[in-house]
Design a protein. Sequence first.
Length: 159
Amino acid sequence: MKITIISVGKLKEKYLKMAVDEYSKRLGRYCKLDIIEVTDEKTPDKISITQEILIKKKEGQKILRYIKDNSYVIALEIKGETLTSENLAKKIHTLGLEGKSNVTFIIGGSIGLCENVLKRANYQLSFSSLTFPHQLMRVILLEQVYRSFRINAGEPYHK
């Protein structure tokens, strides 16, 4: 299986880069991993609805450029469905059984994803109703994908 993560924004903090590198290395046993960073747009502190839509649209265009036609797309969206780790593992396993060998996860920028990206997504996944920094979300996502592969392989994992 090939897992692609398309994320808005560049990781700046060294500790986050180290965590991403560690989980990327661990995932190498289970899948081919590709992480794509698209540049984020400058977002003013006080932003109008019109500005927000425009920024999301610009970031969305960058994201959509990297999505392959044959990819099953999972958008991380606060309004999406929440799953347990076991159910995320089942979802990934089922996708493989259905022949969907290219799975793309999308992490939006600080103000979320545009409608065009959400429409392209085959599934919307929420990790929580809490708000997380999108840079940290990359680490959380990688850890959960790694955990999913361990669950599916029948290997021990912390509950």
